[in-house]
Design a protein around this ligand. Structure first.
Ligand SMILES: *Cc1c(COP(=O)(O)O)cnc(C)c1O
Length: 349
């Protein structure tokens, strides 16, 4: 079989959720962000495993994701939509009990007119300048919005992965100024904010990447395990080159394995001549460029020819691999392609 094998460890996912949950006081609810198909790992499977472990609230980016998630989860868990209530979303929000995080007066008006009395949250902008109402806009509508009973007031930190960044405290202060005294449950923190400490937790935290084994949660257990089958091996003489552009040339006789997986599978081309695959903990350098469907690896030092080499797992985290490609773990995860044979392990069913 010439496709990689992606194993998603749902027990590790649940452990990560519980470990992040344990970072806040017992009165604080820990939700789960499962946008972008659960960071590429399958929103339905991920969310069902977390719901069984006790998660009661999930966040997605778009109403369409919320609709798919509702089908996977059934009635019960709350599904919140970061992009709010967009034109065309009304039926999905209404029929499937999605909770839009309203981002503007326009969205607030749309929601109140189309679905009066139905639940909503409010997203406030505290300095990221991406989504949410700004201070002046919020001041103008807060009274009306609060009278309608929002389920949540939320904002998002721009720099939470940098513990000492001054913007963290500035956004915390702005969030307090906009929400203190409202009596409405509040949420400011994603994975990074959970790790900043209790004053950032409020009533609800919303970790995403840490659940899936990514930084800034450096104690996360790996969730994605990806093994690429070796299709062929060959011996090279000194002076022979490997791959497109002949960018790597053997300095001495060596042994090269060609594995199934390439940039069409989300294995980012920039890791050519930089990244590593692993065999029983032994690193094996990627040599030459990453092709669309293939990667070439130096296995000269291995005592046996492996059937497959691991590119994600115990020996290499999503962030290690991201470093080799000049990107972040989030992008490695959400790039994982559709060609892999996907297996789910654990998760209590
Ligand atoms: C993606 C996202 C999260 C989760 O962020 P992580 O860094 O993955 O934990 C939380 N809140 C909002 C608004 C987001 O867009």
């Amino acid at each position: 079989m010439a496709t990689g094998s992606l194993t998603i460890d749902l027990d590790a996912l649940v452990r990560n959720w519980k470990a992040l949950d344990a970072r806040s006081d017992s009165g604080v609810e820990t939700a789960a962000v499962v946008k972008a198909d659960g960071y590429g790992l399958g929103a339905g499977r991920v969310a069902r495993a977390l719901a069984r472990a006790g998660a009661r609230r999930f966040f997605v980016a778009a109403a369409e994701e919320g609709a798919a998630l509702r089908e996977a989860l059934g009635r019960g868990p709350e599904i919140c939509v970061f992009s709010g209530h967009m034109a065309g979303d009304t039926d999905m929000i209404g029929d499937l009990d999605l909770v839009p995080m309203l981002n503007s007066v326009e969205q607030l008006t749309r929601h109140f007119e189309a679905l009066p009395g139905r639940p909503f949250g409010i997203q406030l902008d505290t300095g990221m300048n991406r989504l949410g109402m700004e201070m002046a806009e919020w001041a103008a509508v807060a009274e009306i919005a609060l009278a309608a009973g929002p389920t949540l007031l939320m904002s998002h930190l721009a720099c939470a992965d940098e513990r000492d960044h001054p913007q963290n405290a500035q956004q915390l202060e702005a969030f307090r100024a906009m929400t203190d005294g409202t009596g409405v449950p509040r949420s400011l923190s994603a994975t990074g904010g959970v790790l900043l400490g209790p004053e950032y937790h409020f009533e609800l935290t919303r970790p995403g990447v840490g659940l899936y084994g990514g930084l800034p949660f450096d104690e996360a257990a790996p969730v994605a395990h990806l093994a690429l089958p070796v299709i062929q091996t060959r011996e090279l003489e000194a002076g022979e080159s490997v791959g497109y552009g002949a960018t790597w040339v053997a300095e001495e006789p060596c042994r090269i394995a060609t594995v199934a997986g390439g940039y069409a599978d989300g294995l980012i081309r920039a890791m050519g001549n930089r990244g590593y695959l692993f065999h029983d903990g032994e690193p094996c350098a990627i040599v030459g460029r990453v092709s669309m469907d293939l990667i070439t690896v130096d296995i000269t030092h291995l005592s046996e020819t492996p059937k497959a080499l691991e590119i994600l797992g115990q020996d290499q985290s999503v962030d290690d691999l991201a470093d080799a490609a000049g990107t972040i773990g989030y992008e490695v995860l959400t790039s994982l392609g559709g060609r892999y044979a996907r297996h789910y392990s654990g998760g209590a069913g």
